[in-house]
Design a protein around this ligand. Sequence first.
Ligand code: PAF
Length: 285
Amino acid sequence: MLTRTSLRKITTLRALRAKTADWRHDGARIALVPTMGALHDGHLSLVTLAKKRAERVVVSIFVNPTQFAEGEDLSRYPRDEAGDLKKLRALDVDVVWAPSVKVMYGDTCATTVVPAGAARDLEGAFRPEHFAGVATVCCKLFNQVAPDIAVFGEKDYQQLCVIKQLVRDLDLSVKIVGGKTLRARDGLALSSRNQYLTGPERKIAPTLCDILKTTAKRAKEGARISSLEDKAARDLVKAGFTKIDYVAVRDAETLGPYKAGTKRRGRVLAAAWLGKTRLIDNCAV
Ligand code: PAF
């Protein structure tokens, strides 16, 4: 019988390893939900999924500086540890893993995991060091927690593909589970960055999801991919998006070119700006 304990915030690797060793000794399966805190219902749905798959759940809330380039939003990235702990306590989470930057990287960390393949294009083209930061911190999180499963949101679809590739390529013994994107009633994908949007921008934001859906439908019907991508970008500008980084129809697994009419699944992915806020979203073909 599993004894429920109340939520514990852990900040040292030694304490984390002692806790997870106890659980493993009791035969419990462990799930990790990696986040950067500022938890919203989208994150909480990943936690709920993790709880269905494992007896013990660790949620990490480490804001990872190495995945932000200079000039990105690291300094204004939302933080709300007290709020996060309250939400996780209500969900009966066992441990919140909240290391400092010093605990995570020490003073001498000189190793970086640099993913290619699925990481190369799209976000990788616009944020060249981003996925090296993500892959490195996720490798460290997997080694720190040693979970049986780790849950990542489909909202960051390319990240999910990169992490699956990382686990495959480095023979890491963790199963990666993708959780569905949670959306507001009007279709906007929940994201910590939505809170940067002004009132008028928030009204425009859901058209991103609408345009992706239309693009996915037309891709499935066999329309020419490059024309579809161009049209989607034009429609986003018409709707009020101020800059389009990309709209791309890709193979859902490799993120290479999508071949309509084959058995391979497709995915439409986009990143676009509303003023100072960059939104990303994606949709199955
Ligand atoms: O998706 C995120 O919040 C981050 O990229 C992750 C996976 C927690 C790594 O810092």
